[in-house]
Design a protein around this ligand. Sequence first.
Ligand code: TYD
Length: 208
Amino acid sequence: MSTQPGKFIVFEGLDGCGKTTQLYMLQQALEAKGYNCTSTREPGGTVLGEQIRRILLDPGPPLNPVAEAMLFAASRAQHMEERIKPALAAGMVVLSDRFADSTLAYQGYGRGLDTGFLSFLNRMAVGELLPDLTILLDIAPEKGLDRLTGPVDRLENERLEFFHRVRRGYLELAGLQQHYLLLDATGGMASLHLEILGAVLRLLGDSL
Ligand code: TYD
């Protein structure tokens, strides 16, 4: 658990799992109840982070996997310093679309990079801070990729087996950590929202 006055809530899951929509719905609901909320994303969340995001997601030039992992970490370090730490210190509820476990799932389980190296990068970027709650929206890769619209980015270009490995990684990470809430992403938008809102309000010592 974090020792910060605010609360840090992270959404994780495969591309197309619906986390961005759920994050937005959660923010609306929390703000309607009077919570001081901010939403952000990785890679990105800062001016520099959004520049790094463009490099990372550009499907054009090939990107070495170690360079890729370090760029995700660079974006995260900047994000921590500029957005997450100050907002938590100010007592806000911080909602982040992805965080450090995306690196373990995608670069570790997906790309096969050494998890010790990736954990080191994460530690350098975030220190000891853990999310108070990580909501994992689990979905079969076939279904998630099917839901995607718009141009395909570098990661979405990967083969199906890559996403199967990422999914297995996420499920393992969820099984190992107390702060995970594992939900079936195909459960329907409205009922998923209520489940997420209920869990977040419990965390905040509030009720529906
Ligand atoms: P995201 O913005 O969630 O894309 P989408 O809206 O398509 O889900 O994340 C961009 C991509 O970056 C996504 O494919 C996951 C990947 N990613 C990593 O591989 N490692 C990381 O550490 C992070 C934060 C994201």
